[in-house]
Design a protein around this ligand. Structure first.
Ligand SMILES: Nc1ncnc2c1ncn2[C@@H]1O[C@H](COP(=O)(O)OP(=O)(O)OP(=O)(O)O)[C@@H](O)[C@H]1O
Ligand SMILES: O=C(O)CCCC[C@@H]1SC[C@@H]2NC(=O)N[C@@H]21
Length: 273
């Protein structure tokens, strides 16, 4: 008899009406939540909406994604309703140089929400993974669309072991989390994103002044560790990850030299100690 807690197609679909009721109100960052049964990629859809002038705070959630994308043309795959696949549209008014922090901000917010509701210890692997132990629970993808930024997240909620697309993945269900309900998880993530985004925007995108850097470092699975960074063209770098700069770039000290790496430059990061 399968464990009915993880029978995803029997789960209630997410309700756009309930999400709008909970999240969209005067003064809130969130201006509208749409839930679709299926699409290619919520990031691609919101990038198109951004070109057409969609407002900041637009949220798009897909019950199923057919061409979910990750960093560097990699994919994101998960069975329908087994998790959360959603994107948000932001129009940040802080210097572009600081906006590299947005995907880290998103990770901090999601980790806070997941820890609180699901009661599991989540750590952040630079640039874009949420890990439980060494296994990937969620990924974040921030992409520029004109002067907007679209940030998407895939979060594995009830995937069973045999449904995981890669051996290095996990889900809240597998980790026996206290909450495997997608609706409260999604609301909590978006509320935390709003809180961190306001503080960071009010500080002009200064991660230090807004407290974002401290929150990020407290959750980091990368900083302070020995890392092996794979770079394009079969090159690699082995050294200590020492911090994250004002643009969200990873700082690595290797053989007495200091390197600064942006998420777009890095093929893979492996911790090596
Ligand atoms: N539902 C999922 N859960 C966990 N991982 C997934 C899922 N779907 C796809 N992936 C993995 O996520 C990868 C995309 O993420 P990303 O581009 O961050 O690569 P990565 O392997 O996590 O990089 P790094 O080695 O630096 O952490 C895909 O190549 C795939 O291996
Ligand atoms: O780990 C990664 O590389 C990032 C994965 C991001 C996946 C999410 S799912 C919702 C949104 N739409 C996409 O096509 N990708 C992101």
């Amino acid at each position: 008899m399968p464990d009915s807690r993880y029978s995803d197609l029997d789960r209630p679909p997410l309700s756009a009406a309930a999400l709008n009721h909970a999240l969209v109100r005067p003064g809130s960052l969130w201006t509208g939540v749409t839930v679709v049964d299926s699409t290619g990629s919520t990031n691609a859809d919101l990038a198109e909406a951004a070109h057409e002038g969609a407002p900041e705070g637009t949220v798009l959630v897909a019950e199923a994604q057919l061409a979910g994308r990750g960093r560097l043309g990699r994919g994101w795959s998960a069975p329908p309703r087994s998790g959360l696949t959603f994107s948000i549209l932001l129009r940040p008014e802080v210097p572009v140089a600081a906006q590299g922090w947005l995907s880290l901000l998103y990770g901090v917010a999601a980790a806070t929400a997941v820890r609180r509701l699901a009661e599991v210890d989540v750590r952040l692997k630079w640039p874009n993974d949420l890990l439980i132990g060494e296994r990937k629970l969620a990924g974040v993808l921030a992409e520029r669309a004109d002067d907007a930024v679209v940030i998407g997240m895939g979060l594995n909620v009830s995937l069973r072991q045999e449904e995981l697309p890669v051996e290095t993945a996990t889900s809240l269900g597998i980790e026996q989390a206290a909450c495997v309900d997608r609706d409260p998880l999604l609301r909590a993530v978006l509320r935390e994103v709003e809180r961190h985004y306001r503080d960071w925007s009010d500080a002009g995108g200064d991660a230090e002044a807004s407290g974002l850097r401290a929150a990020y470092l407290a959750s980091s699975a990368t900083i302070g560790r020995q890392v092996r960074v794979e770079l394009p063209g079969q090159q690699s770098l082995t050294g200590r990850a020492t911090g994250v700069d004002g643009s969200g770039h990873l700082q690595v000290e290797a053989a007495g030299e200091r390197y600064t790496l942006s998420a777009g430059d890095v093929v893979h990061v492996r911790t090596a100690d």
